[in-house]
Design a binder for this molecule. Structure first.
Ligand code: PLP
Length: 401
């Protein structure tokens, strides 16, 4: 898009792990005059979004929608549920966990940050031990990132819930699903999560600018006596006026038109089919990486993310140079290495409105980029991905016959 770059034909390949490409249907749904957010027409849109998001979070609890990026919903979760000085457990799955901790510390929470090497998911046993040792119940919350977008590790929320139960600990469970919601199965009610944090620009296929909290009755009760200051992000005002479909301040009306469309699209495909599609495309990428003989950042195969894959480049090579070369030659954006793994990895996003041929195009772009950048690797990633996608497709056809 830079003035010196000229026109690029075809679609830019936005293969970063969010924002993800926005489908034309959503763009068209948002391309509409702004309406009166206190008028009768808005009520219907507001209720459609609020009710729809409950189905996406799989909850009957309240869901609130903020006109903010995901970071706002992180702040909302902490500031509504907790009080200054409260002890919380957080888990260093990667850069997003590090950023959430920074917010907690700025709010004066006392964070017990469980260190990790950024190559694995949450280990529920460590959390259980810490909770079991806290006989006085001083720990008020456990905060985890469901899908760590900086590394590509997905944690088992159900197992973390089980760890709280096994320790018979009353701490709140707060979960960041900003990059998993709409891509990986998530069950706010079944897993008895107290606050789920979401964002618009990843699995929900929307532009950036909306964020969410799903709030359990227990978290809502905690917010009545908690002492952290909040105003813009206050649940109480939101929930009160949301009952009638309206918002306490001007909502991001046109993004809400997009959200209503995104919910329709996810439900037309069926959430389970959406999750299966993400698995199938993720597996194609993982097989390609393995054929290249490169290493996947997440060490535990069972916890590798269906949203993105972090790929190590061999020592002595700058992953960002490879990314830049791929952008220049093939007009494809890949995710940069964040924090601790800067320059060591690139990330391939395979989330949102993506299909088999899109992902094959992305894999082909990476394979050509590796060759052009002189990265030692083996050819055959595209073939491995095609073999997997064909095999899986024919299974689907047989099942349908
Ligand atoms: C993207 C992301 C965030 C940050 O969201 P912003 O919209 O950039 O504020 C937080 N957590 C996770 C897991 C993310 O993927």
């Amino acid at each position: 898009m830079g003035s010196n770059r000229g026109r690029k034909a075809g679609r830019h390949f936005l293969q970063i792990p969010g924002p993800s490409p926005v489908p034309d249907r959503i763009l068209r749904a948002m391309d509409t005059p702004v309406i009166d957010h206190r008028g009768p027409e808005f009520k219907e849109l507001g209720l459609r979004c609020l009710d729809g998001m409950k189905r996406i979070f799989k909850t009957k609890d309240h869901v609130v929608i903020y006109p903010s990026s995901g970071t706002g919903a992180w702040e909302a979760a902490l500031s509504n549920a907790l009080s200054p000085g409260d002890r919380v457990i957080m888990y260093e799955t990667g850069q997003f966990a590090v950023l959430w901790r920074a917010i907690a510390e700025r709010f004066g929470l006392t964070v017990d940050f469980i260190a990790s090497d950024w190559r694995s998911a949450v280990d529920p046993k460590v959390i259980e031990e810490k909770l079991a040792a806290d006989k006085a119940h001083e720990i008020k919350a456990v905060c985890i990132v469901h899908n760590e977008t900086s590394t590509g590790a997905t944690s088992a929320v159900a197992e973390v819930r089980a760890a709280l139960d096994a320790a018979r600990h009353p701490a709140l469970l707060l979960v960041d699903t900003i990059s998993s919601l709409g891509s990986i199965d998530y069950r706010h009610d079944e897993w008895r999560v107290d606050v789920t944090v979401g964002g618009s620009q990843k699995g929900l296929m929307l532009p950036p600018g909306l964020s969410f909290n799903a709030i359990s009755a227990k978290a809502l009760a905690a917010s009545k006596t908690s002492k952290l200051p909040r105003s813009f992000f206050s649940w109480a005002e939101m929930i009160d006026i949301n009952q009638s479909g309206y918002f306490p301040y001007t909502p991001a009306t046109n993004l809400l038109y997009g959200l209503a469309e995104a919910i329709d699209m996810l439900e037309e495909e069926g959430l389970d089919n959406v999750f299966r599609r993400h698995y199938r495309l993720a597996e194609a990428v993982r097989r390609a990486v393995s054929a290249w003989n490169l290493e996947i950042l997440c060490r535990d195969a069972a916890r590798r993310s269906d949203v993105l894959t972090g790929v190590f480049v061999p020592d002595g090579i700058d992953a960002d140079k490879v990314r830049t070369l791929i952008l220049d030659h093939f007009d494809m954006s890949l995710g940069t290495g964040l924090g601790k793994v800067k320059g060591k990895v690139f990330r391939i996003g395979h989330l949102g409105d993506t299909n088999a041929l899109t992902i094959l195009g992305a894999i082909a772009g990476v394979e050509m980029g590796l060759a052009l950048a002189g990265v030692p690797h083996q050819k055959g990633g595209v073939d491995a991905a095609m073999d997997w996608l064909m095999q899986d497709q024919s299974a689907g056809v047989k099942a349908a016959a």
